[in-house]
Ligand binder design. Structure first.
Ligand code: NI
Length: 158
């Protein structure tokens, strides 16, 4: 495994739509391993493949609940409630801003064996899933932040 370079706001790759993954090749597995390593090294709770310059619909998340998640071709299928809190992004280092997200999210994705699974999350996990799926469509939290960005007050970055 290896650390990948995290692309930052202003890099065009972050604004493109990522492509569906049709086959989990050894190269894709290596990418997923690298994404986890890169996310942990940066103290993040989530990372999407476009953030390391790869336009594939792959997301990794670890909100510290003991269940690291790999989501391939993720889709949000249900949301409920609302939460308003600070959010950060590894592609916008040192900053955070207030974003309102659903408090509950149900998503469908494929694992590394292309097996479909369902994940349900509340709070930070729901926020992280929304944030990472947005990355796959070229969207970033700074587009819908309430108020202005502030210097980071917390370490949870996606
Ligand atoms: Ni992010």
């Amino acid at each position: 495994m290896a650390l990948r370079n995290i692309r930052e706001l202003g890099d065009d790759v972050l604004r493109k739509t990522a492509k569906e993954v049709r086959d989990v090749t050894p190269k894709v597995k290596e990418l997923i391993g690298d994404m986890f390593e890169t996310m942990y090294a940066a103290d993040g709770v989530g990372l999407a493949a476009p953030q390391v310059g790869i336009l594939k619909r792959i997301v990794v998340i670890d909100v510290g609940d003991g269940e690291p998640l790999t989501m391939i071709n993720p889709e949000i299928i249900e949301t409920d409630g609302e939460q308003t809190d600070y959010e950060g992004c590894l592609s916008v280092p040192g900053k955070s801003g207030i974003v309102t997200r659903p408090n509950y999210v149900k998503a469908r994705a494929m694992d590394e064996n292309m097996k479909i699974f369902i994940v349900e999350g509340e709070g930070l996990l729901a926020r992280a899933i929304c944030h990472e799926v947005d990355h796959l469509d070229g969207k970033m939290y700074v587009d819908f932040v309430e108020g202005s960005l502030v210097d980071n007050t917390r370490t949870e970055e996606n």
